[in-house]
Every structure is written in structure tokens, then in C-alpha cells.
Ligand binder design. Structure first.
Ligand code: GLN
Length: 494
């Protein structure tokens, strides 16, 4: 039996044609079938899920409807704190950490009735593009288990793609929701900076981090975002005003929409031919559906990657200072406090996190601050200006989400720069704080998903979703991973 979308499940639960216990069993069955091959989860909360499902069914039976996600299983990236449920951020240094509180997004999901399936795998502290930087081993792509799922929210993307959860949450600092969504053939959305509370998100780079949904459909992403996006006094960067409901323009089509084609985004030399062909095919389809398109020039985005790899490490070096062997997680003893701290950090952080902390500390140090961090901030301003200029001529921008489809495990682990290139097309939206979405539009010659990115100005989620859902309809892409109940995933034998 196929796994329903969130919107379908919510309707069916209310009609009484399915039960929440049935849904939970379906999800757990999938986990039993394919999780050993994929390793999408760091923790599966079977008991919590089943108990929650029984409660939800009871509530439906009594006519209590607490919210739109009542009885729906959702997976959470393991950098979101969950009360009484281990939260590791994919790092040895946090192994065994059980938070005493829920992140605001988790609280809001629970208030809307959602059930937590478990915590999904990620690159350590969300630093990476393949989930291979997890201290607990990599996740594999359900479309082909020789390939990476992308990252850093690779666990959530793989879990949703493989039907081990109906939806998931990820976090996106430079592309970590959209890129794995692209590589796993699902929808992934990075909202406008500030519209979703970061309280309880284990911080990587605070001026860039945003939490967002990973789902099978655009309508499901809208529903999750409606639940998690709201002002929060616990996050000082939270946007305090009402905004247009994110789903307000769904179904309005593309008539009259001006689409800026950002084919030179980030310098964009390395876009694979199949990705490029699928991208331009979709652009033509959008034209036929009533959109007008124009090429836009975004010259400063070529420096986006370099600026990001100064700003993100700089902020991470400050954020990760709190992991000192005293307050959380791992402690390795030493003769002095300093030795204890340095041993705990040396043992607790993996190589990529160490590289970023060192790089960030250097970029911020006296004498170098202006040359590196200061310059990077100027580039950030230039990118914002480029985008503002583009948005005077068009309503949304489009590009491929990732220059390539899913690459092989191990292919980029020895070459940090090649790995960093995975995010060249997603980083500009983070630097500008703008919303952007991945919509799967097809498969390449190896049957690997290709993603299409729709970007919009700050707070224009409603417009972004209008266009995203039109793209989804034009693509008609089936997000279901080929799954044979007797053999599990066929990817493993490809
Ligand atoms: N891959 C990028 C990095 O390694 C982005 C990660 C993210 O968005 N969390 O920093």
C-alpha cells in the first residue's frame, strides 16, 4: 500500500477511512523493510509513535480535533531539540544528550497533533552536503543506495522519500533542506529568514540557519509551514508581524507571472547536462502555461560560495564554543580545565567541524577580521542588491537546485571544495534571507531525481508556493521511490 500525502492522510483520518494506528504501522513497516539499508534515522521512537497514534484515534473517536496534523507521523532532523528524546546533531560530542525541552517548531507540531517518528541523521552540526559527515555513519539515497541522499538534512529527505514518515523537518543554512530534497526527489522549502523560530535548533550559523519542511507535495509543505511558522518571543530574530498566509495563492497558475531565469547563478559552470536539459524544459513549459520569462544577470552570486565559507565558519566557531566538556555531552578528562576542554573538543568534533571552527576562528582573528569576514559581509550586501535589482524585473527566480544529481558515496569526501560546490545554487537565498523551494521535476539518465528551484523575495512565500505548485503540476513527477515489498528498495541492486 502506498503512503499517502499529509493532506490526503489528514482528510482520510477525518473521514474515518484510515486510522492513525494504521498509518503508524505502515510507516514502521517501511522502517522495518528499508531502514537497515538507508540509515535515515538516529532514533526511532516506536513506543512514542504508537502511543500517540492510539491517543489520536481516541480523540477522533470522541470528536476532538486538536489540529491539522492530528495523528500524522513526522520525522525530525536530529539538530532539533526534543524533550526526553536524545538529540545529537550527528556529533559524538552530543551523544547521549537528552534535552529537557522541545524546540519551538517541535512544540508547534505537537500542538497541531503531529506524532514524532524519530530523529533523522545529518552531517555533524549540519555541516556538509551528503550526510557522510555524521559521526554515526552515512545515510543512503533510497533511489539508489550507492548514492548519497545529499545533506545535511539527508536523513529527513531519505526518510520522507522512502515513506518512513509522511513529512519531515530539516534545517537549511546554505542549502541543507533543498539540496537533499533535490537528490531524493521530494519537496523541500527554506522559508524567509525569521519566519520560523530557531529556538531549540542547535545553532550552526545563526544569521543563515532556517528550519523548513520536507514533503512529497507542495500542499504538504504549505501545511507544515503554516503550523511551524509564527512569531516567537524566544527567538530574537523572529519576524513579529502577520504575513500573507503561505497557501493563499495556491492554484492560481502562472498566467502573468514574470519568471527570472537565473541560469548563471553562482557562476554555474558545473551543471550536469541532464539537469540543465530538464531545467530548460520546465522553463519552456512555464512559458506555455502563461508565464513570461527573462534571463537575469546576478554577477555577485559568483562570490556567494566564497562569502558563505567565511561567514558560516565564523559564526560556527562562535556557536560551537559552548561545547566545552562541561555543559553538555562528552567529557574527556585532563590534568587542567584547559586540557579537559581541549581533549573533549578534539575527541568530540569530527574533521569537517574541526576544519570549520579553525577556519572561522582564523577569519575572525585580530588583523584578519576585515580582510576575510568584513569582505564576506560586503559580498553578502552585493548579492542582496543583485537580487533586489532582479526582482524589479521579475516576480520569482528559477534555477536548478543542485548542479548534479545524487553522487556516489565517497566521491567527494576527500575533496572539501567539490563537496562545497553542491551548494553553489542554494547559498544566495541564505545570504539574502529569502525563501526558496525545491520541486522534483524528473529523473536523469541514471534514474536519479532532478530538482528545480523557485526563489522569491523575502516574505513572498505565498507567491513562491503559487509558482512551486504550478511547477509541480507541470512536472507531474511521481515522488514515490520504486519499492518492492518482497525485495525492499531496488536501488541496492542497481
Ligand atoms: N552544505 C553546506 C555546508 O556544509 C550547507 C549546510 C547547511 O545548509 N546546513 O555548510
Amino acid at each position: 500500500m502506498s503512503i499517502p500525502s499529509i493532506v490526503e492522510a489528514a482528510r482520510a483520518l477525518r473521514e474515518g477511512s484510515i486510522t492513525s494506528v494504521g498509518l503508524a504501522r505502515q510507516v514502521l513497516y517501511r522502517i522495518a523493510m528499508v531502514e537497515a539499508q538507508l540509515h535515515a534515522f538516529l532514533t526511532v521512537d516506536t513506543d512514542g509513535l504508537m502511543a500517540g497514534a492510539e491517543e489520536a484515534d481516541q480523540a477522533f473517536a470522541e470528536g476532538r480535533d486538536i489540529g491539522p496534523l492530528q495523528g500524522i507521523p513526522i520525522a525530525l532532523k536530529d539538530n532539533l531539540t526534543t524533550r526526553n528524546l536524545e538529540t545529537t546533531a550527528g556529533s559524538k560530542i552530543l551523544s547521549g544528550y537528552v534535552p529537557p525541552y522541545d524546540a519551538t517548531v517541535v512544540k508547534r507540531l505537537r500542538q497541531a497533533g503531529a506524532l514524532i517518528v524519530g530523529k533523522t541523521n545529518l552531517d555533524e552540526f549540519a555541516m556538509g552536503s551528503s550526510t557522510e559527515n555524521s559521526a554515526f555513519g552515512p545515510t543512503r539515497n533510497p533511489w539508489n543506495t550507492d548514492r548519497v541522499p545529499g545533506g545535511s538534512s539527508g536523513g529527513s529527505a531519505a526518510a520522507v522519500a522512502a515513506g518512513m514518515s509522511l513529512g519531515g523537518l530539516g534545517s537549511d543554512t546554505g542549502g541543507s533542506i533543498r539540496q537533499p530534497a533535490s537528490l531524493c526527489g521530494v519537496v523541500g522549502v527554506k522559508p524567509t529568514y525569521g519566519t520560523v523560530s530557531r529556538y531549540g535548533l542547535i545553532a550552526f550559523a545563526s544569521s543563515l540557519d532556517q528550519i523548513g519542511p520536507i514533503t512529497h507535495t507542495v500542499a504538504d509543505a504549505v501545511l507544515l509551514l503554516e503550523v511551524i511558522g509564527a512569531p516567537d518571543p524566544l527567538d530574537s530574530t523572529s519576524y513579529p508581524h502577520e504575513m500573507e498566509p503561505v497557501g493563499a495563492r495556491l492554484g492560481r497558475g502562472l498566467e502573468g507571472i514574470r519568471v527570472g531565469v537565473a541560469s548563471q547563478l553562482g557562476g554555474a559552470e558545473a551543471v550536469e547536462p541532464d539537469v540543465e536539459a530538464a531545467f530548460f524544459q520546465m522553463v519552456s513549459a512555464m512559458e506555455r502555461a502563461g508565464a513570461t520569462t527573462l534571463e537575469v544577470d546576478l554577477p555577485s552570486t559568483e562570490q556567494g560560495l566564497s562569502a558563505y565559507y567565511l561567514i558560516a565558519p565564523a559564526e560556527c566557531s562562535a556557536n560551537l564554543a559552548r561545547f566545552d566538556g562541561v555543559r553538555y555531552g562528552l567529557r574527556v578528562n585532563g590534568d587542567t580545565t584547559e586540557q579537559m576542554m581541549s581533549r573533549s573538543r578534539a575527541d568530540g568534533f569530527g574533521p569537517e567541524v574541526t576544519r570549520r571552527v579553525l577556519l572561522g576562528t582564523f577569519a575572525l582573528s585580530a588583523g584578519y577580521h576585515e580582510a576575510f569576514y568584513g569582505q564576506a559581509q560586503k559580498v553578502r550586501t552585493l548579492i542582496r542588491e543583485d537580487l533586489a535589482r532582479a526582482y524589479r524585473q521579475c516576480d520569482v527566480l528559477v534555477s536548478p537546485t543542485s548542479p548534479t544529481t545524487a553522487f556516489r558515496l565517497g566521491d567527494r569526501t576527500d575533496n572539501p571544495l567539490a563537496m562545497y560546490m553542491s551548494d553553489v545554487l542554494t547559498i544566495p537565498s541564505n545570504l539574502a534571507g529569502h525563501p526558496a523551494a525545491n520541486i522534483p521535476i524528473g529523473l536523469d539518465r541514471h534514474d536519479l531525481p532532478i530538482g528545480f528551484q523557485v526563489m522569491a523575495p523575502a516574505l513572498e512565500e505565498a507567491l513562491m508556493f503559487q509558482v512551486a505548485s504550478a511547477v509541480e503540476e507541470l512536472a507531474g513527477f511521481d515522488t514515490t521511490v520504486p519499492f518492492d515489498p518482497s525485495h525492499g528498495l531496488r536501488g541496492g541492486v542497481r
